[in-house]
Each structure stands twice: as structure tokens, then as C-alpha cells.
Design a protein around this ligand. Structure first.
Ligand code: HSE
Length: 305
């Protein structure tokens, strides 16, 4: 049993793709998990609290703990004999809101801090992407705001785009969903026409968000690479999508690989109203969904103390 150093890390939820920007656009949302690390206790111990804490493992399969220990290994440090990780989980897991990226980044930043920062941000980004497998979520988790990420040979190239305050409505359906399954249903080849369709719209989505131009956003947040196939896997998804449009949302997309839907609204006061309209539509199809009204977070993961 030891008592020792500690730190606290806050990590945001993220939404990936934003319609046409499949696997390259991500955005941080103002919904946070809070994780406290202490080099004390008796062996490795993980505790869970918060709305979604109960659904996550506290044994050696816990992703925060695995990511923490992975960074020690990568840094060539011996794993700590005693480690307590207290997680307060508000980002819903398996929902398309980057909960795995948030867990990986939290574990890595916690370990990096306690080891005196052997890795810079780029190093943490690479490790988190290797663990999570989704650089678009990981980049937005770490950097905050709107992020673009591409793989350039062996490394990831990221760019954060400063965006004005923006508000989103989310419906988070209670459906067992895995990104792996949602990717397995995607075509392995696409037509030149569909590629060009997305290619033109992706920078326009970035420009619309950068300038707060929701009129432009309403015209260009469309996709021909992944959403149609995925929407078929989300019971009630089509009805919720239409409900968001009827409630006045400027644009709708599947959040990441789903099953949550995200809608962009011009006013903060519209966010929860549109979210409820989507949740009701899910409900009408027999699927319980949680409505959330959120803002875009300009900041990303932070080490608090
Ligand atoms: N870009 C990834 C996908 C995000 O759509 O599968 C996963 O959250």
C-alpha cells in the first residue's frame, strides 16, 4: 500500500465525420468525463461514477487503465505497483460520441503527466489513435474545436480550425452498437462520382462551421460514402432525422459511426427542443433515446491538477 502523486484529466465527447468528412473531420462537444489518477492504493484499482459509469468495466479490460499502462510501457517505465483511477463518466459509451477516444486520451494524458511528460501532444495523439483506431475522434478529443486529420505516411497531420460558438442537438438511442459492426457494413469501393460528391462538400462544411454560416451548412452537410448504409442499422434513425429537419435543424448527420444523430441549430435555445423532437421520433419507433442539447467545445482534453 502506497500513497503518492496524482493528477486529474478532463476529456470531452466528440462527434466525427460531420456528414461528408468521413474519417477526417471531428469536433469536440461540451460534455466531459473526469478522471482522477493517483499512484496509491493497493494494486491497480478502477472506480466508476457518473451517469454511465456503471456500464463500464473496472477490471484489467478498462480502457483508461490499459491506455495508462500502455504509455508507461512505451516510455520504458516500469508499471506502477499501486494505481487508483476514479472515473466520472458523462459521455455515453458505444453511442458515436467518442467515448473510447476519450478513455484512451484520459489514460495516456494521466500517465504522461505522472511520468513528467515523456511524450509531446503529437506523441500522445499517435498513441491514442493506435489504441482507439479513430484519429478523427482522437484529434478532436485532444485539440478541441473542429479538427481535420489525415495520415501522412507514418504520422498523423492535424489542423484545428477555430469556430464560433455553435449549438447541437443530439439523440442518443439506447441501442447496442459497435463501431466495428457499423464499419463492416460499408462498401469497400466507391464510385468516382460519390467520392467527388463528398470531396467538394467536406471543405464547405468546414467553411460553414468556421464562419457560422448555417445556410451554407444546410446545403452541404450531405454524404454518399457511409451514412445511407449506417442509417439502415439504426432503428428509428430515419424518422429521427426527418423530425430534426421538421423541427428546424439546419443540418443533420450521424454522429461518428452512430447510433446517435447530431443536428446543428442556430440558437442555443433550439438545441434541446430539436433533440427532444428526435428522441420522440425514436420513441415512436420503439427505441428509447436520450435528448441532449450541447455546445461545441473550443478546448480539448486538459490536465487539471
Ligand atoms: N470516422 C469513424 C467512423 C468514427 O465513422 O467509423 C468512429 O467514431
Amino acid at each position: 500500500m502506497t500513497t503518492g502523486a496524482g493528477c486529474r484529466v478532463r476529456v470531452p465527447a466528440t462527434t466525427a465525420n460531420l456528414g461528408p468528412g468521413f474519417d477526417c473531420l471531428g469536433m469536440a462537444l461540451d460534455l466531459w468525463n473526469d478522471v482522477r489518477f493517483s499512484l496509491e492504493g493497493d494494486g491497480v484499482r478502477v472506480t466508476m461514477a457518473g451517469e454511465y459509469g456503471e456500464s463500464l468495466p473496472t477490471d484489467e479490460t478498462n480502457l483508461v487503465a490499459r491506455s495508462f499502462l500502455r504509455l508507461y510501457e512505451e516510455a520504458g517505465a516500469a508499471p506502477p505497483a499501486d494505481l487508483t483511477i476514479d472515473c466520472d463518466v458523462r459521455v455515453p459509451p458505444s453511442s458515436g460520441l467518442g467515448s473510447s477516444a476519450a478513455a484512451a486520451v484520459a489514460g495516456l494524458l494521466g500517465a504522461n503527466t505522472l511520468l513528467g511528460r515523456p511524450f509531446d501532444r503529437a506523441g500522445v495523439l499517435e498513441l491514442a489513435a493506435a489504441i482507439d483506431g479513430h484519429p478523427d475522434n482522437v484529434a478532436a478529443t485532444l485539440l478541441g474545436g473542429l479538427t481535420i486529420v489525415v495520415r501522412k505516411e507514418e504520422r498523423l497531420l492535424t489542423k484545428k480550425i477555430l469556430v464560433p460558438e455553435a449549438h447541437v442537438a443530439l439523440a442518443v438511442p439506447a441501442l447496442a452498437f459497435s463501431t466495428r459492426a457499423a464499419r463492416a457494413g460499408l462498401p469497400t469501393q466507391v464510385s468516382m462520382k460519390d467520392a467527388v460528391f463528398n470531396l467538394g462538400r467536406t471543405p464547405l462544411v468546414v467553411e460553414a462551421l468556421r464562419t457560422g454560416d448555417f445556410e451554407l451548412l444546410s446545403q452541404v452537410m450531405e454524404d454518399r460514402l457511409h451514412q445511407a448504409a449506417r442509417l439502415k442499422l439504426i432503428p428509428g434513425g430515419r424518422a429521427a432525422w426527418v423530425a430534426a429537419q421538421q423541427a428546424g435543424a439546419a443540418a443533420v448527420a450521424i454522429s461518428g459511426s452512430g447510433p446517435s444523430l447530431i443536428a446543428f441549430v442556430s440558437l442555443a435555445t433550439d438545441a434541446l427542443r430539436v433533440a427532444r423532437a428526435m428522441a420522440e421520433a425514436f420513441g415512436g419507433m420503439g427505441v428509447v433515446a436520450q435528448p441532449l442539447g450541447l455546445s461545441v467545445s473550443a478546448g480539448g482534453a486538459t490536465v487539471v491538477a
